[in-house]
Design a protein around this ligand. Structure first.
Ligand SMILES: Cc1ncc(COP(=O)(O)O)c(C=O)c1O
Length: 411
């Protein structure tokens, strides 16, 4: 007889790495709602509501604000492959792993890619970016907002103006920041932005909310090729270089998400329900309140870590409020600490990549997970794990220090 596998029963975990994080139970409930046909008026109504909800989350009036059915990387690919024609110049300022990802995706779109780099743990000053734009004259500047690999957030205010001055399109990867810190798309003149659900929005991975403005629409529409079989008789002339991907073709996705409702892929119904609920919850809390909650957790967590005698990683002025990098002390086996936290406390924290591999842990306080009790539980577990691995923490407990921050905020 064929082997019978047990019913799924994942171990309970508190996910405090750099993402994914625990899914809000309200989003889990939304995922289990009944299926609808994708052209059912009830469903297209949900599609329109989802567009409006993400306009608010992105703080934009962009008509074109919708979901790409893929993880966050699919959102990046959709925007870049639709913007970049072979031979276009793309400038990527790299300050962590995800800058390299943008450069890699742009290269696969056969762009002429130019990178400028900074040490991991730092970010670019606007002047440095303007110098690079002036020197290289890119069609697209592709920039990561919060790079989870280093826990740094690149300030974006002023970068949009730089791009307008030099006639470049500004693409931003806000996967790790949307819903956790300000992403003011219109005020900051960000032309195209993508994100995912599995970080500060506390949803499952698999849906990428994107938004883009008329500067992007103009480029994309000039490359519009509607596939045979669904092409209306009065379709526009096909004169631009074809977008290299069918799945990620923004021009066809726009027809799918507009009143035209031109068939493209089959919408991932449960993911749309989840994305809609993620945005609804974020807006019901209020963006400002949500950002403040993330900042408070960061202050409490960093106070606790410092009190334990640990060193925080990177330029603290530009630290993301939702992920904290902490140096693994000399002589401590970082993987053993993580294993104790996972196996004895059920808490997952992150390791890192590239030059930071084995040098830092990354602790996420995102979305639904970003709560006092989780910050305290994580610090308590880390303190015990560190002691077990031979590290002498200071006599004052990090948990007490973090709790003191909360008490003061609550007073
Ligand atoms: C800044 C950033 N961009 C892109 C990604 C890729 O997201 P996904 O794994 O959902 O494709 C991540 C994931 O960690 C990220 O942190």
């Amino acid at each position: 007889m064929a082997e019978q596998f047990a019913e799924l029963n994942p171990p309970p975990r508190l996910l405090m790495g750099p993402g994914p994080v625990d899914v809000d139970p309200r989003v889990l409930r939304a995922l289990s709602m009944p299926m609808l046909g994708q052209f059912d008026p009830a469903f297209t109504g949900y599609m329109n509501e989802t567009m409006e909800l993400y306009r608010r989350v992105y703080q934009t009036r962009n008509r074109w604000t919708f979901l790409i059915d893929a993880t966050a990387r699919g959102g990046i690919e959709g925007l870049l492959v639709s913007l970049i024609a072979p031979g276009d110049k793309v400038l990527v300022p790299v300050f962590g792993r995800f800058g390299h990802l943008l450069a890699e995706i742009a290269a696969r779109c056969r762009a002429e890619v130019v990178t400028v780099a900074r040490d991991w743990g730092t970010v670019f000053a606007p002047d440095e970016i303007e110098d690079a734009v002036r020197r290289h004259r890119p069609k697209v500047l592709a920039l990561v907002h919060g790079d989870t690999s280093t826990t740094m957030a690149q300030p974006l205010a002023g970068i949009g103006e730089i791009c307008r001055r030099h006639d470049a399109i500004l693409y931003v990867d806000a996967t790790a920041t949307l819903g956790g810190m300000e992403v003011a798309v219109d005020d900051w003149k960000l032309d195209a932005v993508s994100a995912g659900l599995q970080k500060c929005l506390s949803g499952p991975p698999g849906s990428a909310p994107v938004t883009f403005n008329e500067r992007v629409v103009e480029i994309v529409q000039a490359r519009k090729h509607i596939e045979a079989g669904i092409r209306p008789d009065d379709a526009v002339a096909e004169n631009g270089p074809v977008i290299q991907s069918n799945y990620f073709d923004l021009a066809m996705l726009m027809d799918y998400w507009s009143e035209a409702r031109l068939n493209h892929h089959t919408e991932a119904t449960p993911m749309l329900y989840a994305a809609r609920e993620c945005a609804r919850i974020a807006l019901a809390e209020g963006l400002e309140a949500r950002f403040a909650r993330h900042r408070l957790a960061s202050t409490a967590l960093t106070a606790g870590l410092a009190t334990m005698g640990l060193t925080l990683f990177g330029d603290q002025k530009n630290k993301m409020p939702n992920v904290t990098g902490v140096e693994i002390p000399d002589g401590v086996d970082g993987e053993r600490v993580r294993a104790i936290m996972l196996n004895d406390f059920g808490i997952e924290i992150g390791t890192s990549f590239g030059p930071l591999r084995g040098r830092i842990w990354r602790i996420g306080t995102m979305g639904y997970v970003c709560r006092k009790e989780n910050v305290l539980a994580c610090l308590g577990a880390l303190e015990v794990a560190l002691r077990q691995c031979g590290f002498r923490t200071k006599p004052v407990s990090g948990v007490d220090a973090a709790l003191a921050v909360y008490r003061e905020a609550e007073a």
